[in-house]
Design a protein around this ligand. Structure first.
Ligand code: NAD
Length: 498
């Protein structure tokens, strides 16, 4: 059995801790590797190694750090198919979707290649007579990243390339459910020329995270995952005087206006709702039909019925299995709860089984559609994180906006319309951090930032783009005067610059 090691101070360490955590193929729940959890002593070693590496890495010029990112980007592209195959093996994602997961991460590395320009400060001459002020952007030190299972390439790549390009060193604690892809990312990063200790990867779950969260040598924490864990990590990190950015769960609404192009709307909703088995933080899980567009729900249901889950290398498969039997159980019980609460189940994927020998026991759930969903229902209030679309109906755009704004989450939303005025009103009034106009899943490219709001994000500075540079750095402002002669002007007893 393949043992998954930690990467500490440039060395792969198979920890002696027991018990190991099984890494499984979600399509049949067969064990494909065993994760060795990092021990307390090894965690301390990882922090010490990252701290020591920071002393030299922070002195490496930004352009040299950028060159490491250039080599890394090249290696990721060369290994794109291999990474996607590995990613599919531990997540069950279809190969095309796994390639997309890797690609969205490569785009962040491309952004990290711009680091010299992104770390330029500001200058102002003659802020007082003979005095200039200028600022520098300097790295923080050791940063920590804790990542979820659903994007094992993209989300680690949201974090460590930007942090390290800024001159920090990094400790990554990937999801214990799919650690093989993050380990391959780390291996390629070392190959790209990252010195030992600049990136460390440790493994485990809450015990390892909680140990790191109180370590005084860690300056900043980036987290992506569920709401309760995000809240715990934000509170603990900030209680321990660290910066924190915590990206959490979501319930993303798509609003469909009567003037929208029906076929485009329906095609877009199919992929956005059940793609990746609904296990995307930006999945559309609620479709809000305005006016007569509620008549489109029947046709949407037919389109979703035609989408079949399948194996990663089956090009006709719409999506793969859920990540674990526990995840499947949670989705099935929410589907049952939706029926019990009185929502109309137009399409029920609870009994879906993949009819291929050896794969019947995978974590399969077929596309599921509810209509007549109301705000008091648990299937509306909770993040289901499965291939389940809740359909709601309202009469006006104003009602749709009010509904979305009452929801406690604020990760993403979209509106489908042919009206510039409706789109403008929606983008302006909606209290959600990422808005798509005729774009179902508006994940910003990395020269912007990933800007979830409300219960989908705790913190202020977001992932990648300019905000990541600010999150992973300090600003130092220098006020300088160079005397032209040796004449002393006597003590200045006021605070003003003259
Ligand atoms: P999770 O919260 O269970 O786990 C995330 C990470 O936290 C893992 O590394 C895990 O080991 C660690 N962890 C789990 N419990 C912990 C605890 N009690 N204390 C400390 N650390 C703990 O999330 P998941 O199931 O892996 O991922 C799915 C969730 O992530 C969904 O809610 C999804 O919406 C969210 N997500 C959000 C975004 C976003 O950008 N907002 C992106 C992707 C996923």
């Amino acid at each position: 059995m393949q043992l998954v090691p930690s990467l500490i101070n440039g060395e792969l360490i198979v920890s002696s801790s027991l018990p190991n955590i099984a890494v499984t193929n979600p399509a049949n729940n067969k064990v494909i590797a065993e994760l060795t959890c990092t021990t307390d002593a090894e965690l301390a070693l990882a922090v010490a190694s990252a701290k020591a590496a920071f002393e030299t890495w922070k002195e490496v010029p930004a352009s040299e750090r950028a060159r490491v990112m250039m080599r890394y980007q090249q290696l990721l592209k060369e290994h794109h198919d291999e990474l996607a195959t590995l990613l599919s093996s531990e997540t069950g994602k279809t190969f095309a979707d796994a390639k997309g997961d890797v690609w969205r991460g490569i785009e962040v590395v491309e952004q990290a290649m711009n680091i010299p320009a992104m770390m330029m400060g500001e200058t102002a001459e003659n802020v007082a007579r003979g005095i200039d002020t200028y600022s520098y952007i300097q790295p923080l030190g050791v940063c920590l990243g804790i990542t979820p299972f659903n994007f094992p390439a993209m989300i680690p790549l949201w974090m460590f390339p930007m942090a390290i390009a800024c001159g920090n060193t990094f400790i990554l604690k990937p999801s214990e459910q799919d650690p093989l892809t993050p380990m391959k990312l780390a291996e390629l990063f070392v190959q790209a020329g990252a010195p030992e200790g600049v990136l460390n990867v440790v493994h485990g779950g809450k015990d390892q995270v909680n140990k790191l969260l109180v370590d005084p040598d860690i300056r900043a924490v980036s987290f992506v995952g569920s709401v309760p864990v995000g809240q715990h990590i934000y509170k603990t990190a900030t209680d321990n005087m660290k910066r924190a950015q915590c990206f959490a769960g979501a319930k993303n609404h798509s609003v469909i206006m009567p003037d929208a192009n029906k076929q485009q709307v329906l095609n877009n909703l199919v992929g956005a709702s059940v793609g990746a088995a609904g296990q995307r933080c930006m999945a559309i899980s609620v479709a809000v039909f305005v006016g007569q567009t509620k008549d489109w729900i029947a046709e949407l249901t037919e389109l979703l019925k035609a989408v079949q889950p399948g194996l990663w290398d089956d090009e006709s498969a719409g999506f793969g299995p859920l990540i674990s039997p526990q995840a499947k159980q949670k989705v099935l019980s929410l589907i049952q709860q939706g029926k019990d609460e009185g929502a109309t189940c137009l399409l029920d994927g609870s009994d879906f089984v993949l009819d291929i020998d050896g794969y019947q026991d995978g974590n399969w759930v077929g596309p599921t559609v509810f209509s007549d969903v109301t705000e008091d229902m648990v299937i509306y209030q909770q993040e289901i994180f499965g291939p389940v679309l809740c359909c709601m109906a309202v009469d006006t755009l104003e009602e749709a906006i009010a509904l979305v704004n009452r929801n406690p989450y604020g990760n993403g939303t979209s509106i489908f319309t042919a009206s510039g005025a409706a789109a403008r009103k929606y983008q302006h009034e909606i209290e959600v951090g990422q808005v798509g106009i005729n774009v179902p899943i508006p994940v910003p490219l990395p020269f912007f930032s990933f800007t979830g709001w409300k219960n989908s994000f705790y913190g202020d500075l977001h992932a990648y783009g300019k905000q990541a540079v600010r999150f992973y750095t300090e600003t130092k402002t220098v006020t300088a005067r160079w005397f032209e002669d040796d004449l002393a002007s006597g003590p200045n007893m006021t605070i003003s610059l003259k």
